[in-house]
Design a protein around this ligand. Structure first.
Ligand code: TRP
Length: 338
């Protein structure tokens, strides 16, 4: 049997998932499970790098786990980062193979240390600077072949490869495989309230549509989506209208998509029709996810235990890597007889 290639990706526990996350990433996670050996993590240690609330962090971590399961991520593929201490252990080792200057030059560090990463008192944690090293550990601890992420993460992937190469060079062995970024064609969903920006939570409530919102709220958000001021010419499409078409296509409603697009080309498209169709498509999908989640929530305690168990199984892979890495790095292993 040919071994399947390994895919790894992680998401920070923000609790909610919106359609931008879903169509842009998580739906892809679900689909990749067919073809690859997939491991997906909810990375709670990463969420501590900016000021946060401990009670909320734990609640968000579980919330996200239940959301991911409801969407179709398989239980046995999911882990919680803080349940696998090898991530942080490898992070330390990697710190010693990482250039301090390169960390300071990371775009995400520069952006975040300028705004969201900062506390009210201007505090910037060393964790924020070190964040990409922990990310490299997440990836390399499982010796992942592919990492499906968006373009904004490419710089972190490059750093992971740099760390892997430096480690290999210093220990004189091609131990780590270079992880590749798996760029898949995923639609970029914009905010329906302001189609010039992407759908995101950080911009505020009206800028994202949660997958698990009440039907009425989803319908309302689509109904009030910005289209155009009635000044686009026949054949032209405003960003807002284009975004609605993108959502419709991503929802798989191709027949409706084709026919409404034909209307648009003919200059006969009524935006109410487009909005109604898009709203109905999202609501239909959301209904399914909400039902799946409600079922999981009935069995909350059990599911939590299953996720802890899955994490302990996934941990075994991480432990194997750490044993080998410690040997190569000249550290003492309890069992290796050195
Ligand atoms: N940095 C990623 C993000 O902000 C999250 C992340 C942490 C991640 N560790 C990872 C992504 C490992 C892929 C692989 O989206």
């Amino acid at each position: 049997m040919v071994e399947k290639k390994k895919v790894l990706s992680c998401i920070q526990p923000t609790g909610d998932i919106h359609y931008g996350n879903y169509f842009g990433a998580v739906k892809n996670w679900v689909d990749l499970q067919e073809k690859y050996d997939c491991i997906y993590g909810v990375v709670d240690y990463h969420a501590m790098t900016a000021p946060y609330n401990p009670t909320k962090l734990r609640a968000n971590t579980w919330e996200l786990i239940f959301n991911l399961l409801a969407i179709g991520v398989k239980k046995e593929n999911l882990f919680i980062q803080s349940l696998i201490p090898e991530h942080t252990e490898l992070c330390w080792i990697f710190n010693c193979f990482t250039s301090y200057g390169q960390l300071q030059r990371m775009t995400q560090f520069k952006d975040k240390s300028n705004d969201t990463g900062k506390g009210e008192d201007g505090f910037i944690s060393a964790g924020l600077l070190d964040y990409p090293v922990l990310q490299a550990a997440d990836i390399l601890v499982y010796r992942a072949d592919f990492v499906p992420v968006g373009k904004d993460q490419e710089q972190h992937l490059e750093l992971s490869r740099n760390i892997a190469a430096r480690f290999n060079q210093q220990v004189g062995k091609d131990y780590f495989v270079m992880p590749e970024t798996l760029f898949t064609e995923t639609p970029k969903i914009k905010s329906t309230a302001d189609p010039a920006r992407k759908m995101s939570k950080s911009a505020g409530e009206k800028h994202y549509i949660s997958l698990f919102s009440e039907d009425a709220r989803i319908t309302k958000q689509i109904k009030s989506a910005v289209t155009d001021a009635g000044d686009t010419k026949v054949g032209e499409m405003s960003e807002g209208v284009e975004n609605l078409f993108t959502i419709l296509k991503a929802s798989g409603k191709m027949e409706a998509y084709d026919s409404l697009l034909a209307d648009h080309k003919a200059g006969a498209l009524k935006y109410v029709d487009l909005k109604e169709t898009v709203g109905a498509a999202l609501v239909a999908q959301s209904t399914q996810f909400k039902a799946a989640k409600a079922e999981l929530m009935q069995d909350k305690k059990n599911i939590k235990n299953q996720i802890k168990y899955a994490s302990s199984e996934i941990r075994k892979r991480a432990q194997e890597t750490l044993r080998e890495v410690k040997d190569l790095a000249g550290l003492i292993n309890v069992k290796a007889g050195q």
